[in-house]
Design a protein around this ligand. Sequence first.
Ligand code: TNX
Length: 543
Amino acid sequence: MIAWAAGAAGQENGMPMVPLPVEARWSEGAPFQLTSATTVVCVGDAAAIREVAARATDALRLVASWTLKTGSADGGGSNIVLRLDRSLFPDLPDWQRAESYRLSVSATRVELFATTAHGLFNGVQTLAQLVSPAGTGQWQVRACDVKDYPRFQWRGLLLDPARHFLPPEYLKKFIEVMASYKYNQLQLHLTDDQGWRIEIKKYPRLTEIGSVRKESPRHGDREQGDGRVDGPFFYTQDQIRDLVAYAQARHVTLVPEIEIPGHFGAALAAYPELSCTGGPFEVQTRWGVQPDILCAGNDDAVAFAKDVLGEVCELFPSQFIHIGGDEAPRNRWKVCPKCQARMKAEGLKQEAQLQTWLNHRLEEFLASKGRRMIGWDEILEGGLTPGAVVMSWRGTRGGIAAAQAGHDVVMSPTSHCYFDNAQAQGPAEPECIGGFIPLDKVYSYEPVPAILSASQSQHILGVQGNLWGEYLWGGKDVEYFGFPRALALAEVLWSPAKSRNLASFLGRLDGQYAHLDRLRVNYRKPDAAAPSNRGTEPKAQAK
Ligand code: TNX
């Protein structure tokens, strides 16, 4: 009997994977036995494939607790064979083909084919989820066939080490977990009013001054200070290079975000002359939006922004560089002689257009380095610059407008993607920023708004779940708020829309908790009474 896993069949036929593949079926015949003799064989000796083989042994060691051998000679034995096959899925667009794979498991062999190392890596993640115990100290993989490729190309999560620093070792752990659910973009919110977290050689005070704050909001009473110095905490350029390489080996792109012109308070504490008033300023000790932002009338401030982005481009190979752009009150610009002089000289009527003027300079600069500028949806307000990519957070309106105007978009609406909001209610839930986004709401998210035409829909690159850090004091909180909601979003992003089925997902999710345990993830455990973590009434958003 052949049972393809599509729609509810994914649950009926017992396929355990999250995200659910495009096509998957069990096949007849005995399972493949993992033994200490099993070798991961890479056909072709490209370094990238050998790297995948190393990652495969990591992934399988996690499940089967021994280290498989790797080799390049396939003596026809009972092996796991990784092979590049450029003829796979010829009809898919390049980006989708690049991540596609085919997996075939029989009693005697596991064969994995893909057009790139990234595709092989994705297949390895699926294979790891198919391993099951077969008696004490024994593991097997049931015979099956899988054909798979992603629905969206931007499958992202955001971490916010600006508010609460996350050490490099922690980022590595997080990257590992992301990769096992086929996420491929990790946005790092590196700068904000409360901290500057990346070493910039040309401006050493950014980290000398900007990475330390006198105190932070107190647990349980956010209007009061906790009286404890926080910092200095930042990533050195060497640490960033190491992280980039680590993420690259796991096919995760690190997308750096430098907030310009708002959420810029840590930079202003270090270099107050970049502001409209001249300061002085302190690194902020409370959350929220600050009135003082970068002075767009000041040529030195514009040069500063480019210098910083220049060093950022040297460190991060990401095609996209995020310039923030959100929550920048423009009141200082209204009364700043330099900003007003710039507006007059450039013929700009509103301060929003001055932000667009600034973005234009940043976009040109990034383009000169071969990069694309992405920003939060406020960058629409004064008119979008020609190549800008919009990250739509205040609902989906900004994303819709941008896609209709022919711009690429990443959807990240507060309604479904703010994993810093509560996921359940009740006295046991930890303090958080407010709001309420239960697991099933995340799972219900449809990234492509119905109002878009087929060609406009092509501009929806994908979605990002955001783990803003105000009330996430460290990795344990990141994981509690991130999981299992990130698994729901992973399926939204990867699996075909027609196979979306909450009951099927929840059934498979039960099996994933063991995998999250192996990855030592502090996920929110399902309630005994309400296994889907479903709550009822939303609380008002309290920022
Ligand atoms: C809004 S989303 C912000 C962040 C906060 C977040 C808290 C966005 C572009 N700006 O600065 O951390 O809300 O949920």
